[in-house]
Design a protein around this ligand. Structure first.
Ligand code: DI6
Ligand code: FE
Length: 404
């Protein structure tokens, strides 16, 4: 028996094969939360109608895999709209920082917030993602910057995912910024992250991976190297904010640690591309941050393509550089700004997003045996998902076979 059979729909399976892995006039069935059958409707077994407890007719809608947003900083307190306004009134970054703005202001607000307040504010942002088809989300910490507050964020992320019906991967981002109390002792903070925070977080299973901000204004490749070694020893995956504002050879470092992904990559050079290709590290493109910061340097998309590096696309939702809660806007930006094809962009928030989280056995494509996580869209062609800006395209979201 099948629990549900969806018919009168087109499938963009995103599995290898035809463009978008498309199956027109297809059907898909779920049992116990997994995909039990899919193919052309004409090829359904003769007893299909009797086999399904429930049949859903979709009137020609398209079904894609539920979207995977593989890079977000969704949990934080307050926001930085006032800072945005000040910048547009001509205040410099330094002036804003001296007035208490910037990332440390988000850290202060987040430390002061209760877990419940964090869950409530982040739930509004997560609803922005789910109303556009997201069924799997990655959430980074990084606004607590001490063990107690980083755990508070990671626990809030777990509660949030339950509340909003999404699958979750959690990433510990201890090396996000230097906390004010360590202003005069950087090495002590890096050591605290590696020697105390990572083992403690791993021991309670509060994170799946460790990330870092490898940048002139963030942490050096040597500091990241030290922390990544601790992460791997603790059995955690690693991923890296690399080459966003300058070339620090971060992607190559990430590749040496068998990182799942290197993210941003505007300043990635040929050696970095090659290192990523050899290690199978996914390139996570974040056009929202590129747009919001009015960056000029494009990530080397053609070189990544030629080298066979797989490309994911994500929202990077965060209060400082990408206040964006729309995965479909990220698709449009990936095409207009980075010149991805709509098919590459959609693969970026499905198949490749799943790979960037180490979840490709479970989600990211429509294939028998994978989770029945579906997004059902009122569109006539999958390219529309990258084309419209702000249109309400999602009809329904299905998580593990159940409409949510
Ligand atoms: N890179 C970014 O662009 C954000 N974090 C990071 O590692 C900035 C986060 C913020 O400004 O709050
Ligand atoms: Fe980020």
């Amino acid at each position: 028996m099948w629990d549900t059979l969806w018919v009168d729909a087109h499938l963009a399976t995103m599995a290898p094969g035809a463009a978008y892995g498309a199956i027109e006039d297809g059907a898909i069935a779920a049992k116990d939360g997994r995909i039990a059958w899919l193919g052309r409707r004409a090829e359904l077994p003769g007893d299909a109608a009797a086999r399904a407890k429930e049949i859903r007719k979709l009137g020609g809608a398209w079904i894609t895999p539920g979207l995977v947003d593989c890079h977000t900083h969704l949990v934080f307190a307050a926001n930085r709209a006032r800072e945005f306004e000040m910048r547009l009134e001509g205040k410099s970054y330094e002036e804003i920082a001296s007035l208490g703005g910037g990332i440390v202001s988000t850290v202060a607000a987040t430390r002061a917030a209760s877990a419940q307040e964090l869950i409530e504010s982040a739930a509004r942002r997560l609803k922005g993602l789910t109303r556009e088809g997201v069924t799997t989300v990655e959430i980074k910490s990084g606004y607590g910057l001490n063990l107690e507050n980083e755990l508070k964020l990671l626990e809030a992320a777990a509660a949030l995912a339950d509340l909003c019906n999404v699958r979750l991967r959690r990433t510990f981002l201890g090396l996000h910024a230097l906390p004010p109390e360590f202003k005069h002792d950087r090495p002590a903070y890096v050591q605290l992250v590696a020697d105390v925070m990572i083992p403690a977080i791993a021991a309670v299973g509060a994170a799946d991976a460790v990330d870092a901000f490898c940048e002139g204004i963030g942490f050096s490749a040597e500091e990241v190297d030290y922390v990544f070694s601790a992460a791997r020893s603790a059995g955690l995956d690693v991923k890296l904010h690399a080459e966003q504002l300058s070339n620090q050879n971060g992607a190559a470092l990430a590749a040496r640690h068998q990182a799942l992904s290197a993210d941003h990559l505007e300043y990635l050079d040929d050696a970095g591309v090659e290192a990523m290709a050899n290690a199978g590290t996914i390139a996570v493109l974040l056009p929202g941050a590129f747009y919001f910061l009015r960056e000029k340097q494009l990530p080397p998309i053609d070189a990544l393509r030629k080298a066979g590096v797989r490309m994911a696309v994500a929202s990077d939702c965060n209060p400082g550089t990408s206040p964006m809660t729309s995965p479909l806007a990220a698709l449009n930006m990936a095409c207009t700004l980075f010149r991805l094809t709509p098919e590459e962009a959609l693969a970026g928030v499905t198949r490749e997003g799943a790979r960037a989280l180490g979840l490709s056995d479970d989600v990211g494509t429509l294939e028998v045996g994978k989770a029945a996580d579906l997004a059902i869209w009122d569109i006539g062609h999958p390219a529309e998902l990258s084309y419209w800006i702000g249109a309400p395209l999602l009809r329904e979201r299905v998580l593990a076979g159940v409409s949510v």
